[in-house]
Design a protein around this ligand. Structure first.
Ligand code: TXA
Ligand code: MG
Length: 323
């Protein structure tokens, strides 16, 4: 059985004891829950891959509590990255730098680079301050499942496979951090999520190259992220009335759409959202819910490709195609 810990200081001490003795503890962040282990200990990190069923050639993020830690675990941090660290840390931006020698190869899947991020979550920052090592942490789901946005999602996927989960309720954002490669003269987005292209460009004032899907640079792109147990079909506004009619006659399908004139309400199999941020908050939960309720299809109306809409559509299209 996996222990469920609250966020009291005593519980954080308990979590740190487990982590010090090579255990696995899932922790909340502002994006999704992470599955933590001592990031400087290959033996502890190896357990993450087993618990998740994650291929060992897909590297992990190291979570740290301050920017000084970046210089401990990375080398040759470029000036442009320092500007971004000042603006976006703590926050949902993950940096790829050349790795320093103390980072075990097990964390980076034998790459010469390492992913580093300061999560914007007071309790997890408190935990990191208690620890004298970084937390290696992928999202705390079984490989191929949607990332967990609550402790109960973590339990659904990993009960009995990990030692504990720190329960902080629902995460604020609900989708993963953006991964930015900072090993070259200009930054390159490897995974676009919370922090958009435009937000980074606004700070640096120069054009970056497009998102990279080269699996050598971005090992995560080799794997399916979320393989839904139910078909997901993309639709347009003009199909909405017909689908709502089918739902009203008792057909077991669900519909998700963005419509600021309606506002956010989730009732039975209708998921209407006021803003794109609201969609990102609910998306992974809805994937899980629709599977559990065994709807035959989840219809999702296409979202405009603006701001985080681009990242949302990228992920929804992947889920729809099973890629
Ligand atoms: O919001 C998040 O990023 C969450 C929370 C827990 O921090 N974490 C997360 O981790 O989503 P994970 O392992 O599910 O995704 C990390 C991504 C993977 O696609 C992995 O391939 C990539 O980052 N990655 C890790 N290290 C890398 C490296 N050295 N070079 C390129 N990509 C790397
Ligand atoms: Mg993941």
């Amino acid at each position: 059985m996996t222990q469920i810990l609250d966020t009291s200081y005593i519980s954080l001490i308990r979590a740190s004891d487990i982590l010090r003795s090579w255990g696995l503890v899932a922790f909340p962040t502002e994006t999704v829950y992470g599955l933590g282990a001592n990031g400087l200990d290959a033996q502890a990190v190896a357990k993450i891959f087993v618990a998740k069923g994650r291929p060992q050639d897909n590297p992990l993020i190291l979570h740290v509590s301050c920017s000084e830690d970046f210089d401990r675990y990375a080398k040759n941090i470029p000036e442009y990255a320092r500007k971004l660290i000042d603006v976006f840390c703590p926050g949902p931006l993950t940096f790829v730098f050349e790795k320093s020698d103390i980072v075990p190869d097990m964390v980076t899947a034998w790459l010469s680079t390492v992913c580093l991020r300061i999560p914007h979550h007071t309790k997890t920052l408190d935990l990191l301050d208690i620890l004298d090592f970084p937390l290696a942490g992928p999202s705390a789901n079984r490989s191929g499942r949607p990332s967990p946005t609550s402790a109960s999602h973590v339990i659904e996927d990993l009960d009995g496979r990990i030692d504990a989960v720190i329960d902080w309720g629902d995460t604020d954002i609900g989708i993963e951090s953006t991964v930015l490669d900072c090993t070259g003269h200009i930054p390159v987005i490897l995974r676009e999520w919370c922090i958009t292209w435009d937000m980074i460009d606004d700070i640096l004032w120069y054009t970056m190259t497009d998102t990279v899907t080269d699996s050598k640079k971005s090992p995560g792109t080799r794997y399916r992220h979320y393989a839904p147990d139910l078909p997901i079909i993309l639709t347009h506004l003009h199909q909405r009335a017909d689908i709502l009619h089918r739902i009203s006659t008792g057909e077991s399908v669900a519909l998700l759409f963005l419509d600021s004139s309606i506002g956010t309400y989730n009732q039975n199999n209708i998921f209407a959202f006021d803003t794109m941020e609201d969609i990102s908050h609910g998306l992974f939960r809805i994937f899980r819910e629709c599977e559990k309720k065994r709807y035959t299809t989840l219809y999702i109306e296409k979202i405009p490709l603006e701001g985080i809409g681009r990242a949302l559509m990228n992920r929804i299209e992947k889920a729809a195609s099973g890629a």
